[in-house]
Design a protein around this ligand. Structure first.
Ligand code: OSB
Ligand code: MG
Length: 368
């Protein structure tokens, strides 16, 4: 497949409410869309890098620069590409997985649209829909948290994930359990806000029958998670630390996690994400689909992956309305805690041209 042009489109999306984690408070999502034009089809993807390098080292302006200066020149030089050859062609560039994922996904989408094949089918998905949970940000007070959780449960979300940090952990978890009972599926995500010395404190969460404790320690401290797992009974799930299938293999082998959160953007794309799924499934490790506040473009592709058989825990793939009054696509909706996987070719969804025209802050076309 020959690429005729790549367009990089920046969009600013206001969030329905501020989203606070242990690393930042987001009030809007700055998005980079990649549009790949070929003779037979147009492909779309969304880069999950955030405004600042706070979740991980990548950030949006850096991702765009790497795409323009280092990734596209290599692909253009190759003359012809497919979704499967992008990874090997970009392998000499170290890191920058979020940037690589966006480029690979847009090319794969164009290829699959031309072939009339849904991404879910290409990846080997066996499900028609995905169980949807919701990620609940750190709130100013416990009553506000309980109101927020009550609202999401009323909307039918099948699982609640609470963002935690030192000073906002045991008390909010206890309050949610007390108010909503032992039957709701509940888990927590620290986004690496703790240290090994916090092990005894984190073990207090064991009293609340949580599905998992996500990424308590820094990205690089995989070994620390193995130490923590000896003290804390709640299953440890890794997010930030799992940057590749090799990292997943090592984390599992060394006892650092018993569950893995898979985000294609974090690991360099859907093909590496599928390899992580395969490594985990072979080792008996359950996986689930994470999220990065994606618009409908990123959400649709994540749904396709989450249909693979190893995704046995509820996802962070919520409805468009969880974050956006106006999504870039037709809204993705959730009913009774489930979200349907798109069935059209490729990612199965397109940006709405008038919404894109209104919200785009810059557009740049790059040709070979
Ligand atoms: O750690 O899972 C995370 C959002 C942005 C960056 C990191 C994370 C998150 C979420 C929300 O938890 C996931 C979503 O709803 O898209
Ligand atoms: Mg996380």
């Amino acid at each position: 497949m020959k690429i005729d042009a790549v367009e990089l489109i920046r969009v600013t999306m206001p969030l329905v409410a501020p989203f606070r984690t242990s690393f930042a408070t987001e009030t809007e999502r700055d998005v980079l869309l990649v549009r790949v034009e070929t003779a037979d089809a147009t492909g779309w993807a969304e880069c999950v890098a955030m405004d600042g390098p706070l979740y991980s080292a990548e950030y949006l302006d850096g991702a765009q620069q790497v795409i323009e200066d280092h990734l596209l020149p290599r692909l253009f030089a190759a003359g012809s590409v497919t979704g499967a050859t992008v990874g090997p062609l970009l392998d000499p560039v170290r890191g920058h997985r979020m940037a690589k994922a966006a480029v690979e996904t847009a090319i794969l989408d164009a290829e699959l649209r031309a072939a009339g094949m849904p991404l879910s089918q290409y990846l080997g998905a066996t499900a028609a829909d995905v169980v949807s949970g919701v990620s609940v940000g750190i709130q100013d007070s416990i009553p506000e948290l309980l109101d927020a959780v009550a609202g999401y449960l009323d909307e039918g979300y099948a699982r609640i994930k609470l963002k935690i940090e030192p000073g906002w952990d045991v008390a909010p978890v206890a309050a949610v359990r007390e108010r909503f009972g032992d039957d709701i599926l509940l888990q927590v995500d620290a986004n690496s806000a703790y240290h090994r010395a916090d092990a005894r404190h984190l073990a207090r969460l064991d009293a609340f029958d949580l599905l998992l404790l996500e990424q308590p320690l820094p990205e690089e401290d995989v070994a620390g998670h193995a130490v923590l797992a000896q003290v804390v009974r709640t299953p440890i799930c890794l997010d930030e630390s799992i940057v590749s299938a090799q990292a997943a293999y090592e984390a599992i082998r060394t006892g650092a996690c018993s569950i893995v959160n898979i985000k294609p953007g974090r690991v360099g794309g859907y093909l590496e994400a599928r390899r992580i799924h395969d490594v985990c499934t072979a080792a008996g490790i359950p996986v689930w689909a994470g999220g990065m506040l994606e618009t409908g473009i990123g959400r649709a592709a994540n749904l396709a992956l989450a249909g693979l058989p190893g995704f046995t825990l509820p996802s962070d793939i919520s409805a468009s309305s969880r974050y956006y009054h106006q999504d870039l696509t037709e809204p993705i909706t959730t009913a009774a805690g489930r979200t349907t996987i798109p069935v059209g070719p490729g990612i199965g969804i397109d940006p709405l041209p008038e919404v894109l025209a209104e919200l785009a802050t810059s557009r740049r076309v790059i040709r070979p």
